[in-house]
Design a protein around this ligand. Structure first.
Ligand code: FAD
Length: 384
């Protein structure tokens, strides 16, 4: 047994799931989680679905850091930020200068919301929601307000649009793409989602780019590239996430879009691993819950001494838009094939098939979502 702990940087789903899976295999080795935030455990996907049902940050939090430490028999250092990693001495340095030695290091540092390079002093008032503290800030900002404009009609943008509308806010969504969920849905699926969200009250500005954000008293004024002006109380940005790689890069750990790891989630240093939103596993950045669960199980086995390659089955993603239930399993970009679409007023069933009639991906909306499990059984694994 090693005297130095396994150190995990990050207390999100990735950090906690690997700790939990590891404890099933090894009850002795010490584990230390270092987290820049409160260190409590919560389900992040709930954040884009919480306003309409009146969920507060306190009701979303499943367990405090103290409770997690007790449950998993480990140490947690909340509100502690790692400022440097030194692979040669196997130490991490905390902001403030304290150095800690690890036997193995797990990077589970998540991703940062992308901020559009917008002009105007109002740009700094734009909110984004990527953790529980952000959700509290959004709730505070919404106090007494009626009108929200969302930048980005992707998964998170559409989920917030639906949730805010159901919570009684007037919602506009701006996206440069001509359809919502442009990266996940074929055109017919995007159009169906748009119709359903519009019926719920959302107003879309598609094929539109935001240029300036000005602060006018209590509100913000957006100017679009076509000159159109939108006056709004709050701007919420949901234009995507960028893996947190700076700390790894400064330590000489290879990065690409995310922290580069092999199938065993190992970086270019033998004792340093990465998973979750910060990681790129053999070229794939998969910032979703299911890949984290699979990666955490594999990494726990590796940390408990058996080098284990991660395997990803097909992992369809549920879009949490109650006005338009949807499930998507986008085809890998390397696949050749075409979308075959059946649609009526109740739903869209879009199957991405190869020339040999093999199912390679799907997008199911409305009533067609009932076929999600039966069809998923025919999808190829994401990584065998
Ligand atoms: P995070 O949860 O971001 O955790 C990162 C941790 O690292 C944090 O504790 C942070 O404080 C810590 N940290 C970072 N840098 C440092 C440092 N230098 N020192 C110390 N600590 C540090 N996925 C789905 O599959 N389905 C969904 O429906 C879904 N809905 C979503 C809705 C929203 C609003 C969002 C934002 C995401 C959603 N996702 C969904 C994605 C999913 O929630 C994420 O993939 C997952 O939660 C990421 O977990 P993580 O542990 O990798 O990162």
């Amino acid at each position: 047994m090693s005297v130095q702990p396994i150190i995990i940087i990050g207390s999100g789903l990735a950090g906690y799931t690997v700790a939990r899976e590891f404890r099933k295999l090894d009850t002795e080795t010490s584990i230390l989680i270092i987290s820049a935030d409160h260190g409590g455990f919560y389900s992040k996907p709930m954040l884009s679905n919480a306003l309409a049902t009146g969920k507060t940050p306190a009701s979303i939090l499943n367990a405090s850091s103290e409770k997690m430490a007790e449950q998993l028999k480990m140490t947690i250092r909340p509100y502690s930020r790692v400022s440097a990693i030194d692979p040669s001495s196997k130490t991490v340095t905390l902001q403030g200068g304290e150095k800690l030695v690890y036997s193995k290091l797990v990077l589970a540092m998540g991703a940062d919301p992308i901020r559009l390079p917008l002009e105007g002093e109002g740009a700094e008032d734009i909110l984004s929601v990527n953790d529980l503290d952000d959700y509290q800030r959004l709730r505070d900002a919404l106090e007494g307000k009626k009108d929200v404009t969302i930048l980005g009609a992707g998964l998170i943008g559409c989920e917030f649009a639906n949730d805010l509308t159901m919570a009684g806010y007037r919602v506009r969504v701006i996206d440069i793409s001509p359809q919502p969920l442009g990266r996940l849905l074929p055109q017919a699926g995007g159009a169906f989602m748009q119709r359903k969200l519009e019926a719920a009250g959302v107003v879309f500005y598609l094929g539109a780019a935001t240029r300036y954000v000005e602060r006018i008293h209590e509100s913000l004024r957006l100017t679009l590239a076509n000159g159109e002006i939108i006056q709004t109380d709050i701007v919420l940005s949901a234009v995507g996430l960028r893996p947190r790689t700076a700390l790894a890069q400064a330590a000489g750990i290879a990065i690409n879009r995310g922290i580069s790891v092999n199938r065993s989630l190992q970086t270019c240093y033998e004792d340093i691993y990465a998973l979750g939103d910060c990681a790129e596993v053999e070229g794939r950045v998969l910032p979703f819950v299911m890949p984290i669960m699979h990666a955490a199980r594999g990494l726990a086995a590796t940390l408990a001494q058996t080098l284990t390659a991660v395997r990803y089955p097909a992992m369809p993603v549920l879009v949490k838009t109650p006005s338009c239930p949807a499930v998507v399993s986008p085809p890998d970009t390397s696949f050749q094939g075409e979308w075959l679409v059946e649609e009526d007023e109740n739903g869209v069933k879009a199957l991405f098939k190869s020339a040999e009639d093999k199912l390679l991906g799907y997008a199911l909306l409305g009533a067609s979502t009932k076929e999600k499990n039966a069809l998923a059984a025919h999808l190829p694994a994401v990584m065998e």
